[in-house]
Design a protein around this ligand. Structure first.
Ligand SMILES: NC(=O)c1ccc[n+]([C@@H]2O[C@H](COP(=O)([O-])OP(=O)(O)OC[C@H]3O[C@@H](n4cnc5c(N)ncnc54)[C@H](OP(=O)(O)O)[C@@H]3O)[C@@H](O)[C@H]2O)c1
Length: 312
């Protein structure tokens, strides 16, 4: 099969389309013919070697966690049939930038009707991060105030919609050019981060979800209500210290490490079926143009998601 691989850590030029052996599923896994693969910032962090502690030094390495496609083959007892349309967040080193990938059946979910393959591929990692992040702390109740920082990005655009679906009053933080976009996602209130420091407001929030990890608990913790929680996508030493002493305070600090989960994808699929969540794909690239897609995701300016089309 063809796959977009790297043979060394480095820049986007390391990505090459190459013939590699077809992966074979073990018991409890499925072989999926990939139609589209979603792109996430973690992909370029793996490509440039900053995550080599996880990826190791074995090459070729196929990047990519998010796939949408069709079941080709299952192994053992299975709830899926060849031809079923599925999406999944793969576990590490499985490789989504390829014509085929294997996934644990526990990480797979049927694609809800109405989503294109590109939209389905854009969904798993970012939406799971948003869902699992917003589930930290006490459950959201109707009209709870939730602030999403980085509301226009992959994680943030899902977090705005999922927090709204959970009943929250959502404040979205983004730059001026994305104000209308996050309003269209359903945000009740929008703060332009270049015009206003959201940590200086008198409003108090039940949850501050820092989807882009650009603030800190030291700053954002001040705008939490009693019992409120700050959640970030990237832990640092300060966050780890605050998290260790959560029991001493009336507010808490947490970080999210996203888990692959077919069950959580079913929760998101239900939101999609109900019309409460919709992925937004800013741009699609053919698989062989993965390097251009990586250049774009590294700008940190993507609105919604980028996707590689494996089958045109
Ligand atoms: N721990 C985990 O398991 C996990 C899981 C998923 C993601 N992550 C991490 O979470 C981060 C976000 O992921 P993502 O997929 O959402 O990234 P992304 O889609 O690439 O984020 C891009 C967005 O960030 C916004 N942005 C940039 N600087 C900002 C700032 N100072 N304040 C507010 N918004 C800003 C940009 O909007 P403007 O152009 O309007 O600024 C753009 O829309 C990444 O670092 C990723 O690696 C971690």
């Amino acid at each position: 099969m063809k796959a977009l691989i790297i043979n060394n850590y480095g820049g986007p030029e390391q990505l090459h389309l190459q013939e590699v052996p077809l992966p074979s599923p073990s018991a409890g896994e499925a072989l999926i013919r990939v139609h589209a693969a979603g792109i996430n910032p973690v992909d370029y962090k793996m490509r440039n070697g900053s995550m080599r502690i996880i990826t190791g030094n074995k090459f070729p390495l196929i990047l990519g966690f998010d796939i949408a496609g069709v079941i080709e083959q299952t192994k053992g007892k299975s709830e899926y049939r060849p031809g079923d349309k599925v999406f999944s967040k793969l576990s590490v080193r499985r490789g989504g930038y390829a014509e085929f990938a294997t996934a644990s059946e526990k990480h797979i979910c049927h694609i809800p009707a109405g989503l294109t393959m590109a939209e389905a591929a854009a969904t798993p990692l970012a939406s799971l991060t948003a869902l699992q992040g917003l589930q930290k702390g006490d459950p959201i109740k109707p009209d709870d105030k939730v602030l999403i920082n980085g509301a226009s990005g992959g994680v943030g655009s899902f977090a705005v919609q999922i927090a709204k679906a959970m009943g929250a009053y959502v404040t979205a933080v983004c730059s001026e050019r994305n104000i209308q976009f996050v309003k269209d996602l359903g945000a009740d209130h929008v703060i332009d981060y270049n015009a206003e420091d959201f940590t200086k407001t008198k409003t108090r929030y039940k949850k501050v979800f820092d989807a882009v990890a650009k603030s800190s608990f030291s700053r954002s913790g001040k705008i939490l209500e009693y019992g409120g929680i700050y959640i970030t996508t990237i832990p640092n030493k300060g966050l780890l210290f605050h998290r260790a002493v959560n029991f001493l305070r009336k507010t808490s600090a947490e970080f999210i490490l996203t888990k692959s989960s077919g069950n959580d994808l079913r929760v998101i699929a239900d939101y999609i079926k109900n019309g409460q969540v919709r992925p937004y794909v800013q741009k699609e690239f053919p698989l062989q143009d993965g390097a251009r897609a990586h250049e774009m995701i590294e700008t940190n300016r993507v609105r919604g998601k980028l996707v590689l089309k494996v089958i045109a």
